[in-house]
Design a protein around this ligand. Structure first.
Ligand code: C5P
Length: 408
């Protein structure tokens, strides 16, 4: 457990919560695990605890201000050196600032200037925790790849009982270690990904499509990029912004997606088909807008090319991942797709389940691999689901192709 933290530069941000005293224990644990910790405090944190406590324990200066004439670019040097930024406790205030790009003190400026992974452990009163604005800000952070260690239920400083107590030191430490372990494990990989729906034209203004939002695929692209991969994202139409550092090609139809995948395929070491590719398209797309009339209209549909099946034979040592969104008989259907499409891994979800599927920020998936193993994941954010899928890829990629493999 210790190795992930040894000699790592951790920037520990402390904000103004009554739980600030627990940061001392977190600091001590980090140092005992071999990390080099620099503490940055907000001005309200200093109302709860003095910088000297952190300075003595970390044996480093504690930073509290953006404006110090002796070191004008402190925020840049501190941010660059950090392997990870941990904010514990994180108040509703700092969560709101980070989610909205506000940088009005040293800690928020460091977060904006840095590219190191960010882990936050919120602590606040229960009513603040459940406030829709706070929850919206958290989902923005989650979407940006920030790891949130949720608070726990119990007695709060206000005297009430509820959600909002800072998570235990063990939980925070293990979130930090997991994030660090995952840091560079995709270095050297080129991940070719698809995401979102496709649109199959009926006429110049109408098309056939599906309910995919692209959120799961984009979360995977962001996570793989964060873990050191070069990510090529072939995206169907979505309103999602391209994750920082990801190379995106936008396409519309299944045919365009296929062509874009084939063009980039030789470069890819991992192919993840998260897109909800249309299975059928209109046989003919009209040149002009179809006129409205009183008679029923028959739309003749033909199958689209199945991209995964088409590239199956060119797989070589490349790792292939498919998705299966089902409404019934999940495991059997997904396993059949794993076999038909010659996949290494399939990510199956029952889209009728609450908390799973289209346009949500959470998902409930089951991973099935070419060795016959099945792992059901609990309901998680799409960001965390993405990390777990990548964990499974890392594990399977290093597994020797022995006889227990059922897909060849
Ligand atoms: O067969 P089905 O569409 O359910 O399979 C889903 C998986 O196959 C997904 O990974 C999807 O991206 C991929 N697929 C494909 N080409 C298609 C349709 C689906 O590669 N035409």
């Amino acid at each position: 457990m210790e190795t992930a933290l040894r000699d790592k530069h951790i920037l520990l941000g402390v904000t103004g919560s009554i739980a600030a005293y627990k940061s001392v224990l977190i600091l001590r644990e980090l140092i005992q695990a071999g990390a080099r910790v620099t503490v940055v405090m907000t001005s309200s944190a200093r109302q709860f605890i003095t910088p000297l406590t952190f300075q003595v324990l970390s044996r480093r200066p504690v930073y509290t201000s953006l404006f110090d004439p002796s070191d004008e670019i402190r925020h840049l040097t501190l941010a660059e050196r950090a392997d990870l930024i941990l904010i514990a406790p994180a108040t509703a205030n700092i969560i709101g600032k980070i989610a909205n790009g506000i940088a009005d003190d040293l800690l928020t400026t460091l977060v904006l200037a840095g590219r190191a992974p960010l882990v936050i452990a919120p602590a606040m009163d229960g009513d603040m925790w459940t406030h829709p604005v706070l929850q919206r800000n958290l989902s923005v952070l989650d979407g940006l790849g920030v790891r949130v260690v949720p608070p726990e239920e119990g007695p709060l400083a206000s005297g009430k009982e509820g959600m909002g107590r800072l998570a235990s030191e063990e939980k925070i430490l293990s979130a930090v270690q997991n994030r660090l372990k995952r840091n560079e494990d995709f270095k050297g990989e080129t991940v070719l990904m698809t995401a979102g729906p496709t649109q199959e034209p009926v006429d110049p203004v109408r098309y056939l499509t599906n309910r995919s939002s692209g959120k799961m695929g984009y979360a995977l692209a962001r996570a793989a990029q964060g873990r050191g991969a070069r990510v090529l994202l072939i995206s169907g139409p979505t309103s999602l912004p391209c994750p920082v550092g990801v190379e995106r090609v936008q396409v519309r139809t299944a045919e365009e997606m296929r062509d874009a995948v084939l063009r980039s395929l030789p470069e890819a070491t991992v192919l993840i088909m998260a897109a909800a590719v249309a299975d059928y398209r209109p046989r003919r797309s009209a040149d002009r807008k179809l006129k409205k009339g009183l008679e029923p209209v028959l739309l003749e549909l033909e199958p689209t090319p199945d991209i995964l099946s088409e590239v199956r034979l060119q797989r070589g040592r490349r790792f292939h991942v498919g998705f299966a969104a089902e409404t019934e008989d999940l495991e059997n259907r997904a396993r059949a797709k794993l076999e038909q499409k010659g996949l290494d891994l399939i990510v199956a979800n029952d889209v009728t389940q609450e908390g799973a599927g289209f346009d949500l920020d959470t998902n409930i998936v089951t991973l099935m691999d070419a060795y016959g193993e099945t792992t059901a994941l609990p309901k998680l954010s799409k960001a965390e689901t993405a990390e777990r899928i990548l964990d499974a890829i890392v594990k399977l990629k290093t597994r020797p192709r022995t006889n227990d493999r059922i897909i060849r």
